[in-house]
Ligand binder design. Structure first.
Ligand SMILES: Nc1ncnc2c1ncn2[C@@H]1O[C@H](COP(=O)(O)OP(=O)(O)OP(=O)(O)O)[C@@H](O)[C@H]1O
Length: 703
């Protein structure tokens, strides 16, 4: 308001800033919680109905390039440093005398989003342009940090923020530094968390405490210009089967607002090297084992929010040591792209290079491991020497390389082995056969396991789609159990799930730009496009329809490979004949297009007059290991799920047509090897069992 009074009361620009900030705040308020559990949630008050329950990804209004940003800055005579992920300019929110030579305002090269590290003012590229225009017009050399008004919080939100701050203070003040614990107690806690090798001095240096009521370690988040306590992460440890420890974590404020790079408070302005880890415990281990500055990502390997990039700009060398498994390795390759490949080196997980905490426990030389990390920037031509470690890694971790397993579709695991990054899956089925419903459950299953998912639903709107997914998530008809809505919605909200806001016919370029934008912002691993026909465009009707379709498939293929993101494309078949099952050729215009897909899945429907047809899922292409096959699906209307209930399987075995060899038939019900003979046998068996299960089907056959 003071700004308003100081300047032209009716400044158009001011209104613009406010509007955009509102938009920005809405946009940034949707990063989901992924790994936290509700163990520590102390506020279990009844929630009011929340309007914006899900995250949506909008098409960036004016996609910006780094060249545009640089050109604009030059036109305004603004000096800039070309950093790794950001351009750095002198902050316009502190007066010229104070800012001297410091370049503390960071502009994200990909999105144009800016952050002033001195005042913590942030906003979009348009906000910054508006600020600069105002400054120039009024011949000012700086602006008040309050120029960008935030979206006023609702009373409920204000209360929530205050409650969180109270909670942070209370937990922090009632937790104990390790130095205040008796030796015996400290040892016990360390043994519980498997951190016996971490010294009290390291724990003290990082300010780690113990919160006795829940036996949790407390990691503080110090931030802002005054390095005040902004939040905490609580970690609890549970021993499962003998030696294995499972960690549970919770943050206050909740995960979507928790942007702590743990360890950053200890980094000096002069440090030029950092080791980035996937957990606070790993950061303690790295710091103790190497003496190097180290920070932990707030949400581990699941994402690297661009909001954190300005804080990593000062480092000339960034070593990513995110963990000891393939998932961490894949994440480190993706994150290094955001951080700037040329300064990143990666620790390749392996037997001799487990996660930092494990390495410290095993008495390994952590400095040597960091030194031996490999450059992230790869050359276009490589020799086997450079590949041999990658190949070895794939051989010893076959299970992880096969991808994320479905929990609801074990049969699909047996055929496809898992869901892998960078692949293209094409999915088809007859009109109205349940394609959307089925893929929704398939994607939900993966999303529940931490696969960051983006939906492009052009046919049905996002509310309907989210309703289907929520029903599948809760596995019940929520209409009849409305009192449970909040319970399920709260959990559903924590999934890393985003929706594009498109509906109806779309321009393929706009869709791809949005996908790219989402991959950068939210580290999306899986995009679902329902369905491709909505990208064909009216104007193309005169051209060969299938040539256009094949071209679009090619474009998505390229995106999947370049972004290391799995794309699932739903496509209507070219033509359906009542009495014939669909095949790969029913989808594609040319053989070239079918080559583009890594996996081809067909929802087969046995058309019946007297009852809904039985569905089965057929995998007709699997590039990963060639296994193809078919298995029956049982649709449960109340939960909209297809996942095979256990008892269904028994039923299937019992009714299978005259097995000569019981074991063989059981195996073939669900999977069939590439070998055509086996495949046919499995198909027949599945069909026979379906027929036997549905009396109407039997009648049909008899007719
Ligand atoms: N196996 C099934 N048996 C009976 N009904 C089903 C089955 N699967 C889905 N349905 C229902 O059929 C309707 C259509 O499903 P859905 O929209 O998923 O089909 P679709 O194949 O995507 O349709 P379209 O061809 O229009 O894209 C929904 O109401 C859904 O609940």
């Amino acid at each position: 308001q003071s700004f308003l009074h100081q300047r032209h009361a009716s400044s158009q620009c001011f209104r613009l800033l406010t509007h955009r900030s509102v938009h920005k705040l809405r946009e940034t308020s949707c990063i989901p919680r992924l790994r936290s559990t509700d163990v520590f949630q102390s506020h279990n008050l009844i929630r009011n109905y929340k309007k914006d329950t899900k995250s949506t990804v909008e098409f960036p209004l004016s996609p910006i390039t780094v060249t545009d940003i640089k050109q604009y800055l030059r036109s305004k005579d603004i000096l800039f440093h070309d950093g790794y992920s950001c351009l750095h300019i002198p902050s316009i929110f502190i007066d010229a005398f104070t800012r001297k030579d410091s370049f503390s305002l960071f502009i994200d090269k990909t999105t144009g989003q800016f952050l002033c590290k001195d005042t913590l003012v942030e906003g979009s590229w348009e906000d910054l342009q508006d600020c600069l225009e105002v400054m120039q017009k009024d011949e000012q050399d700086s602006l008040s940090p309050h120029v960008l008004l935030g979206y006023p919080e609702s009373l409920e939100e204000q209360e929530e923020t205050e409650r969180e701050q109270r909670e942070v203070r209370e937990i922090w003040s009632s937790s104990l530094p390790f130095t205040d614990l008796h030796d015996e107690e400290a040892q016990l806690v360390k043994a519980m968390f498997r951190i016996t090798k971490i010294s009290n001095a390291t724990l003290k240096k990082f300010g780690v405490r113990l919160f006795k009521p829940t036996k949790s370690l407390v990691f503080p988040w110090f931030g802002g210009p005054d390095s005040s306590l902004k939040g905490i992460k609580l970690l609890s440890a549970q021993r499962t089967d003998g030696e294995k420890v499972t960690y549970h974590e919770a943050t206050v404020p909740k995960c979507s607002s928790y942007f702590n790079l743990f360890g950053l408070a200890l980094v000096s302005r002069m440090d030029s090297e950092v080791v980035v880890t996937g957990s606070e415990l790993d950061t303690l281990a790295v710091s103790q084992g190497t003496g190097l500055p180290s920070v932990a990502l707030p949400r581990g390997v699941s994402c690297l929010p661009p909001a954190l990039l300005p804080y990593l700009e000062q480092f000339k060398r960034v070593t990513l040591w995110l963990g000891g498994d393939i998932r961490s390795w894949e994440a480190s390759k993706l994150f290094s792209r955001k951080l700037g490949l040329r300064r990143c080196t990666l620790v390749r997980p392996g037997e001799f290079q487990p996660c930092p905490l494990e390495a410290l426990s095993q008495g390994k030389n952590l400095s040597r491991i960091v030194k031996a990390s490999i450059p992230a920037a790869h050359k276009s031509i490589v020799s086997f020497k450079q590949l041999r470690e990658d190949v070895y890694g794939e051989l010893v971790n076959t299970d992880q390389v096969a991808g994320v397993k479905w929990t609801r579709f074990p049969e699909l695991n047996r055929i496809l082995k898992g869901h892998r990054k960078g692949e293209l899956t094409v999915f088809t089925g007859p009109t109205g056969s349940g394609k959307t419903t089925f893929i929704s459950e398939l994607a939900l299953d993966l999303c529940m396991q931490g696969v960051n998912t983006l939906w492009g639903s052009f046919e049905i709107n996002n509310v309907r789609l989210a309703k289907i997914m929520l029903t599948q998530f809760a596995m019940q008809r929520l209409e009849e159990n409305l009192e449970q809505y909040d319970f399920w919605a709260d959990r559903f909200e924590e999934l890393p799930l985003y929706f594009m806001t498109f509906h109806g016919q779309q321009n393929i370029k706009a869709v791809l730009d949005t996908m790219q934008h989402a991959v950068y912002l939210y580290d999306i691993n899986h995009v679902i496009i329902d369905n491709l026909q909505f990208m064909m465009g009216q104007e193309n009707l005169s051209v060969d329809k299938f040539a256009v379709q094949d071209h679009i498939i090619g474009v998505f293929r390229k995106f999947a490979t370049n972004s290391s993101c799995h794309v699932t494309l739903i496509i209507h078949p070219r033509k359906e004949e009542d009495d014939r099952e669909l095949q790969t050729a029913s989808i594609f215009g040319s053989a070239k297009a079918s080559q583009e897909a890594d996996n081809v899945l067909i929802l087969q429907e046995k058309k019946l007059v007297t009852c809904p047809g039985r569905r089965s899922l057929q995998v007709t292409k699997n590039r990963f290991d060639g296994d193809v096959g078919i298995f029956p699906l049982d649709f449960i209307k109340s939960s909209l799920t297809f996942s095979t209930p256990i008892k269904g399987k028994h039923k299937l075995r019992k009714v299978a047509a005259k097995p000569e060899n019981e074991e063989e038939v059981q195996g073939n019900e669900v999977t069939a090897k590439k070998d055509e003979e086996k495949k046919e046998k499995a198909t027949k068996t599945a069909k026979a069992s379906q027929a036997a299960k549905c009396p109407a089907n039997r009648n049909d056959k008899a007719k």
